[in-house]
Design a protein around this ligand. Structure first.
Ligand code: MN
Length: 312
């Protein structure tokens, strides 16, 4: 059986399904994608009959538009595809035989990884997948992605996110495929523990600088705290939202290399709605939106046009 996996490039919940795929299937390929890349990727691959050579195709922690879902519905991919996602805005995909979008089940918030893991245990169970090390790591991913780690104070979850940021996606995948194949219990290595300890100090410093540089704007009736950042996005957003909750409704993080991220800790602020102003989506307290691809050009133009001093 040959498997193709498409999953979210941007975080642990999107990357972990690749590790699980390796444990479940011997023959597979994968592609990590940004939210905005999914529709064009699938449309292109449908046109070239790319999926023909695969028996099963998964899309995890991501969804497709209604338009692309209809194209899939009328193609052979329909019989091979399984979408497993937990984003509220993709719930409409449950209308299709290939869509399974679950935000919460039995009172437990789901994630792309936890849904995929449940699917694999049900349809492709093996002794590797059943290991404590694997189920614990899946639970860490879910706790981090839903930010429930905070409620239960499972700092391993946050630390696993930090390890991903250090290793990068490919190295993280290689590392944990090998770790899980060789260990029955999950643990960080001694080197990783030193790294995590060092990182804590660096992170505190980074958060302090970002808080000082925060710019406040009123957007659509909300008081928004805006910062530029490339690292620790979720933790930074949640920390600032918590620390500044008296004066700010939500935090907007501009991640120039990637996207916009929105975080709030307030009961009555739904950032997934706010994200829609920017053609984004997500969850009630954590959402995102793509940045237009020409934004870097625009910034460079602004610097060149607005900043270069005339010679005369
Ligand atoms: Mn997710």
């Amino acid at each position: 059986m040959k498997v193709f996996l498409m999953s979210h490039v941007a975080d642990l919940d999107g990357v972990m399904p690749v590790v699980l795929t390796d444990l479940a299937f011997s023959d597979y390929d994968y592609q990590l994608l940004d939210i905005a890349e999914v529709d064009p990727f699938i449309e292109e691959k449908l046109a070239s009959d790319f999926f023909h050579s695969y028996d099963k195709v998964f899309l995890t922690d991501l969804g497709v538009s209604k338009e692309v879902a209809e194209k899939i519905e009328n193609s052979p991919l329909k019989e091979k595809l399984q979408i497993l996602d937990h984003h509220q805005s993709n719930l409409f995909l449950n209308e299709y035989s290939f869509g399974k979008v679950v935000v919460s089940k039995d009172g437990i918030l789901q994630s792309g990884t936890s849904l995929y893991y449940q699917y694999l245990l049900m349809h492709h169970a093996n002794t590797l997948l059943a290991r404590d090390s694997v189920s614990y790591m899946v639970s860490l991913v879910r706790l981090l992605d839903t930010w429930e780690w905070k409620k239960y104070q499972v700092t391993d979850a946050l630390d696993l996110g930090t390890i991903l940021a250090y290793y990068g996606n490919e190295k993280f995948i290689q590392n944990y495929v090998s770790f899980l194949r060789n260990h029955l219990e999950f643990s960080f290595t001694e080197t990783e523990k030193i790294l995590l300890e060092t990182d804590k100090n660096k992170k505190q410093e980074y958060f302090k600088l970002k808080k000082e540089a925060l710019i406040k704007k009123e957007i659509a009736g909300y008081q928004v705290g805006i910062v530029f950042a490339e690292q620790y996005i979720s933790e930074l957003g949640n920390t600032l939202a918590e620390e500044l909750k008296e004066e700010i409704d939500l935090i907007m993080i501009i991640r120039m290399d990637h996207s916009l991220s929105f975080r709030s800790v307030k009961e009555d602020v739904d950032v997934s709605k706010f994200a829609r102003l920017f053609s984004g989506n997500g969850h009630v307290h954590a959402a995102g939106a793509p940045l237009p691809s020409h934004i870097h050009e625009k910034v460079i133009d602004f610097i060149l046009e607005g900043m270069i001093q005339s010679e005369n």
